[in-house]
Write a protein that binds this ligand. Structure first.
Ligand code: MRU
Length: 348
């Protein structure tokens, strides 16, 4: 059963209202953005995060930006519009859904250069709403295709947050987990806590618990031992970018899980909509990996975890090579190896 009792992203026509994910699980607080720069800041600060979610929010941010321009001018100045795109695009570099959504709106604007600014804004707003609605539908389809892969009840390990907090619908990997639960085929979920931002323990556990789906949070370092003790039947994760050859950028720690799955002969599935597939990038070595603030590693709130002045690394994502992936599940179905041809066929 999926109970949508919270709204991750709500478009009110004048603002985009976001559930502030930095405050979960202790508080359910909302942030309203009424300008494109407030939206950009919210993405950078991780008020909202997750690949499909940031694409949707950036699309609404562009609508707000165009409205800001309309207060100043009646006709469209394309340099000003480009500045809006640049501000929204510079927020986070790895998840391709952000650029996919912005490119889609850019193409629409280019096709509507002859229309007045108010009509252009109406069209861009409808497109942003369509991006949001389509994402909801893609989540449901991925859930069904992914759940079809399992014949009996399974114990799933997942990483980061890939649910209703990361998408416009029920999620990517979590949509599969939800559907397995709906079909009575889910024994248990192990949620990696996902250091350092703790999307697993703070967000995935919060979502699953609300839906009464049985979940245990584990520290990231426990996964190997659980697998060795045959407690995990499959690992299911999401993706931030899938390149033409099927390499997958996802939350830091994903690659380690894929290596562990190979060692323990456990299937490793990636679930992502085709808006996450980047056919323009040949392989994972070309993906820009976001480096986030060292403070996310050195502190939890005000509490210091690392001696002052000691260097830390904080890459937000890693790349899993395609050969470690059992299958990729999109809204069109299950893609197996070789991923080059399978992904291309789905995106035609
Ligand atoms: O840094 P985040 O929280 O935006 O990272 C999110 C992830 O890595 C998810 O696994 C990914 O976006 C895919 S799920 C929708």
């Amino acid at each position: 059963m999926t109970r949508e009792t919270f709204k991750t992203i709500e478009w009110t026509k004048t603002t985009v209202r976001l559930l502030d994910q930095r405050r979960l699980p202790s508080r359910e607080a909302y942030v309203s953005c009424s300008t494109h720069s407030e939206v950009a800041q919210a993405i950078e600060d991780m008020v909202v995060r997750g690949a499909p979610a940031i694409g949707i929010v950036a699309a609404y941010g562009l609508v707000l930006g165009l409205r800001e321009l309309m207060v100043k001018q009646q006709t469209a100045d394309y340099n000003d519009i480009d500045t809006l795109f640049s501000r929204l695009a510079e927020t986070r570099p790895t998840a391709v859904n952000l650029f996919w959504a912005l490119d889609r709106l850019k193409r629409l604007i280019d096709l509507n250069k002859q229309v007045s600014l108010p009509s252009l804004i109406e069209r861009v707003e409808s497109e942003a709403e369509a991006i949001h609605q389509e994402d909801r539908e893609m989540c449901d389809a991925m859930g069904r295709y992914g759940a079809d892969l399992f014949d009996s009840s399974v114990r799933i390990l997942t990483h980061c947050n890939t649910g209703a907090l990361a998408t416009g619908g029920t999620g990517t990997a979590l949509a599969v987990i939800r559907e397995l639960s709906n079909r009575g085929k889910l024994t248990h979920v192990f949620a990696d806590e996902t250091r350092p931002f703790l999307q697993g323990s703070r967000l995935t556990a919060w979502e699953l618990d609300r839906d009464q789906i049985p979940v245990s949070v584990i520290t990231d370092s426990m996964a190997a031992d659980l697998m060795k003790r045959r407690q995990v039947d499959a690992v299911i994760v999401g993706a931030d970018r899938i390149t033409a050859n099927g390499d997958v950028a996802n939350k830091i720690g994903t690659y380690g899980l894929a290596v562990l799955c190979r060692m323990h002969e456990i299937p490793f599935y990636v679930v992502a909509p085709t808006s996450t597939v980047d056919l323009g990038t040949s392989d994972g070595s070309f993906i820009e990996i976001e480096q986030r603030s060292s403070r996310e590693v050195t502190h939890v709130g005000q509490y210091m975890l690392v001696p002052d002045g000691v260097a830390v690394l904080n890459p937000a994502f890693d790349v899993t090579p395609n050969e470690l992936i059992t299958a990729i599940i999109t809204e069109y179905g299950v893609v197996g190896k070789p991923y080059e041809t399978g992904l291309l066929a789905q995106l035609k």
